[in-house]
Design a binder for this molecule. Structure first.
Ligand code: ADP
Length: 465
């Protein structure tokens, strides 16, 4: 099949979170199964130089946008069997951040048009256009209204994947006229249009697909999702197991596998040394690598972290996001210099070092569509403590002392003391039940986090269409 994957970010070129991971690895898994896959991203001005230099300009196109003839250039980079196209323009995507600017609605309206025009320009007629998250939500809608009856465009099917229902792209309408769509009144909700107009909707875990159909998790769209639930599927994400591999990872201090687990300890010692906390391999280290947003459960961490720090443990965090959270963690680092390490920012090297160095990985999310960090931590033999929601519920099973099953520790309610109790339970196993601890680690490290199974599920959906 010929598949066009539309996304606002894709690792390694552009990544701000899990969507970047997914768009960087699912297309190549689909290509490995014999499909012809292209991915289309905006050409952001701030993309890393090393990729900008490698890109080749392959075409130029001119189309009508906002009643003007707009020129757009198409650049190409190939990676792991996938052609990544970047659509650029003199006017758009020139900001100094990927997402934080006032004209996001106009930029992604322009991108919508550029993606649809591009397929004809490069003569790639897809069987499927697979859209991802709000930035691409207008593509199915504009396709249905303006393109599907044109000769070149007939019989293209659209799939829309919700990676996070919280970010919907809601704007007072000023773009529909630009796209030549008349009589559209009021607000534009990019994600809603994606959900309403695509042939199939998917989201990124079996639990989240149930959750978003409830009013509590539905962020205002649960009614529409319930109405379309005969076309709604939950497919769990995988991770890039080549990039996230403790045996070959170039970012970490010492490579290791399950057989050479002693080397994992060296990562801990070196991390302690470099971050200035107490150097002692016996102290349980609890890590977090996260966006600092309320979704990630930061509020309940703040409720009890000082109480937890009365025990012998260390807390290491890498994150960036909301100011009040950043300030809190920096304050805590100052107060407990031997026990707490905090780095504010986005940094893939430190991220992998934390996955490798920590004993326990904390992810107490309020909601979590899929979550990749818990899978990455398991791949690095770092035991996750998670809340039972979304993809966390599908990937981490709490250790059960009666049956001996489980690959981590979980708690059900969004409650700070439940979380604290669960971290303490994990620390107790780490310190006092070492044999069980190493069984859990082995299970994790041998787990399958590849895209193999999920790519097949997506293919089934494409074929159905
Ligand atoms: P989300 O997409 O909601 O942020 P996920 O768990 O799905 O959460 O994916 C997060 C991805 O982003 C993981 O690869 C994680 O390691 C990475 N990440 C999150 N915060 C940072 C950070 N501050 N620096 C580097 N990588 C980060």
């Amino acid at each position: 099949m010929k598949i066009l994957f539309a996304c606002s970010e894709a690792a390694p070129f552009v990544k701000t979170g899990g969507l970047g991971d997914v768009a960087g690895s699912l297309p190549s898994a689909l290509a490995a199964n014999g499909n012809e896959v292209i991915a289309v991203l905006p050409r952001y001005k701030i993309m890393d130089e090393k990729y900008q230099i490698k890109m080749q300009k392959v075409a130029e196109m001119v189309f009508l946008f906002n009643n003007e003839e707009e020129k757009s250039e198409i650049y190409l980079l190939e990676e792991k069997g996938v052609k990544f196209y970047f659509v650029g323009s003199e006017k758009y995507f020139k900001g100094n951040t990927y997402y934080e600017n006032e004209d996001m609605d106009i930029q992604f309206a322009f991108y919508t048009k550029a993606v649809l025009e591009m397929v004809q320009t490069i003569n790639f007629k897809p069987d499927i256009i697979h859209c991802n998250d709000w930035h691409t939500g207008l593509i199915p809608w504009v396709y249905n209204r303006l393109y599907k009856n044109r000769d070149f465009y007939r019989n293209i099917k659209t799939v829309y994947t919700i990676h996070n229902l919280q970010y919907q792209g809601v704007y007072i309408d000023r773009i529909m006229e630009m796209l030549d769509i008349k009589n559209y009144a009021g607000y534009v909700n990019f994600m809603k249009e994606g959900i309403e107009n695509s042939d199939i909707i998917t989201t990124v875990s079996p639990t989240y697909v149930e959750e978003i159909q409830t009013d509590y998790f539905g962020v205002g769209l649960s009614t529409i999702l319930r109405r379309r639930n005969h076309r709604l599927y939950g497919i769990l994400n995988g991770i890039d197991t080549d990039f996230f591999n403790p045996e070959t990872d170039k970012f970490i201090y010492k490579n290791y596998s399950f057989e050479t687990l002693k080397n994992k300890e060296e990562n801990k010692l070196k991390f302690q040394e470099e971050s200035g906390i107490k150097i002692d391999e016996t102290i349980p280290m609890v890590g977090m690598v996260t966006r600092l947003a309320s979704q990630k459960g930061i509020d309940i961490v703040m409720c009890v972290l000082e109480e937890m720090l009365k025990d012998e443990m260390q807390f290491v965090l890498l994150g960036s996001g909301e100011k009040q959270y950043e300030e809190y963690f920096l304050y805590l680092k100052n107060k407990y210099p031997e026990k707490v390490s905090v780095k504010i920012g986005y940094d893939s090297v430190t991220a992998n070092r934390i996955y490798a160095a920590s004993d326990i990985f904390l992810m107490p999310s309020l909601f979590e569509p899929c979550g990749l960090s818990q899978m990455i931590s398991m791949r690095y033999g770092t035991v996750p403590v998670v809340r039972e929601t979304g993809g966390l519920n599908d990937t981490v099973k709490s250790y059960n002392e009666i049956t001996g099953e489980g690959n981590g520790f979980t708690f059900k309610y969004y409650n700070a003391h439940d979380m604290m109790y669960t971290v303490r339970r994990a620390i107790d196993f780490y310190k006092n039940k070492k044999e069980i601890w190493s069984v859990i680690i082995k299970r994790e490290m041998l787990g399958d986090y590849t895209w193999k199974h999920s790519a097949m599920e997506y293919e089934k959906i494409y074929k159905k269409l």
